[in-house]
Design a protein around this ligand. Structure first.
Ligand code: NAD
Ligand code: DAU
Length: 354
């Protein structure tokens, strides 16, 4: 049997595929456009694994998706493909509308057509898992209760609005066509292979290169951090036992301000890779307050009791264990980040994937 992963060369998708093949003998097809965020290097450990196949492609390309489905007959699709960075969506929203809304729509249409023609038992077993975000629910006040699956949609950035639109399309396909789709809304992930434009890898990279650590606004915005392999285990649980048409919130029970995150990362680095600079002895001294992100959401928090009670899922990592592993991974893989920041891997993509 086969599962199809879209966007599997990005941060969470790559972790999902690597973890999947550690616990399953089921073949995985990774369908990814290889945008700036998609990095085949993330999956280099699977180069010789006969269960892993990569296909370069775009979820807005209906003909290519239809051919892919016809040829590989997946029993499930897990849709990670997206433009994912809020700051980029503020400066250039167009790609977010194209991939996150139109791409999800075309993927849904192609998959519905494929599913519709499956024989009855395959049709019953088929699942479409749509990976979404807690940002669709908007921003919480300091003491407000965490987001549940029934929280109102109040997206505040072009990114979250595009994800909200895709969630609504997924919902409508279940209600209108009985298409067996499930949506997951997850909080902030961190861990290996995260593109260094996102807060935690950016802070690690800038610290060890003695560059300023930009903190937007007052740095007191709160995010609920989840170690990426816990997100991956939640998605596997949803795929196995989740009910079509349902939504599951996934969170780490780790609410932290951005300043707390940055101090924690700097403190770990002070210990693990002390600065040799004669002036900058403490990486915390690189913190630099900069203009706030436009429309910056103040707080996200996830109430994950539905997935915990109904599907018996809980995160394994605490923030302390997860962040130590993460910092260590980036220290052990400095060349991975340097390839990205120097553009080496983009040159390689242009050469190898026309
Ligand atoms: P990412 O930006 O690291 O990776 C996205 C991947 O999608 C890349 O490999 C990219 O090449 C691919 N892609 C982009 N457009 C495509 C297209 N048109 N066709 C095919 N592939 C395309 O993102 P991520 O952080 O791994 O996030 C994955 C998913 O999880 C996204 O849907 C995101 O909204 C969601 N999510 C992310 C987080 C987080 O903290 N990172 C939290 C909750 C939900
Ligand atoms: O909540 C889930 C979302 O988490 C996902 O849907 C998004 O795909 C993912 O990118 C992430 O969004 P955020 O905007 O929360 O993540 P980011 O790492 O960009 O920023 C985290 C917080 O840190 C946010 O409050 C903005 C702040 N920040 C970020 C950067 C890059 C800074 O203060 N300085 C920075 O340089």
């Amino acid at each position: 049997m086969t599962i199809l992963v879209t966007g599997g060369a990005g941060f969470i998708g790559a972790n999902f595929i690597i973890d999947w093949l550690k616990q399953s003998n089921e073949q995985v097809i990774n369908f990814d456009k290889l945008t700036y965020a998609g990095n085949p290097d993330n999956l280099s450990s699977l180069t010789n694994n006969p269960l892993y196949h990569f296909i370069k492609g775009d979820i807005t390309d209906t003909a290519q998706i239809k051919e892919l489905l016809r040829k590989h007959q997946p029993r499930a699709i897990i849709n990670f493909a997206a433009e994912s960075h809020v700051d980029r969506s503020i400066h250039n929203p167009e790609e977010f509308i194209s991939t996150n809304i139109i791409g999800t729509f075309r993927l849904l249409e192609s998959c519905r057509d494929y599913w519709d023609k499956l024989e009855i038992n395959k049709k019953e077993q088929f699942r479409f898992i749509h990976i979404s975000t807690d940002e669709v629910y908007g921003s919480l006040d300091k003491n407000a209760a965490a987001f549940t699956e029934n929280s109102k949609y109040e997206p505040n950035s072009p990114y979250s609005a595009s994800k909200a639109s895709s969630d609504h399309l997924v919902r409508s396909y279940f209600h209108t066509y009985d298409f067996p789709a499930i949506t997951t809304n997850c909080s902030n992930n961190y861990g290996p292979y995260q593109f260094p434009e996102k807060l935690i890898p950016l802070i690690i990279h800038n610290s060890i290169n003695l560059k300023a650590l930009p903190i937007y606004g007052d740095g007191l915005q709160v995010r609920d951090w989840l170690y990426v392999s816990d997100h991956c285990s939640a998605i596997r649980r949803v795929l196995k036992d989740g009910n079509p048409g349902e939504v599951y919130n996934i969170g780490g029970l780790n609410e932290k301000t951005n300043l707390e995150i940055v101090h924690t990362v700097c403190d770990i680095l002070n210990y693990s890779k002390p600065s040799k600079d004669p002036i900058i002895k403490d990486y915390n001294s690189l913190i630099s307050f900069v203009d706030d992100r436009a429309g910056h959401d103040r707080r996200y928090a996830i109430n994950a009791s539905k997935i915990e009670n109904e599907l018996n899922w809980k995160p394994k990592e605490t923030f302390e264990t997860g962040i130590s592993k993460t910092v260590q991974w980036y220290l052990n893989n400095e060349s991975w980040v340097n390839n990205i920041t120097s553009g080496t891997y983009l040159n390689w993509i242009h050469k190898n994937y026309k």
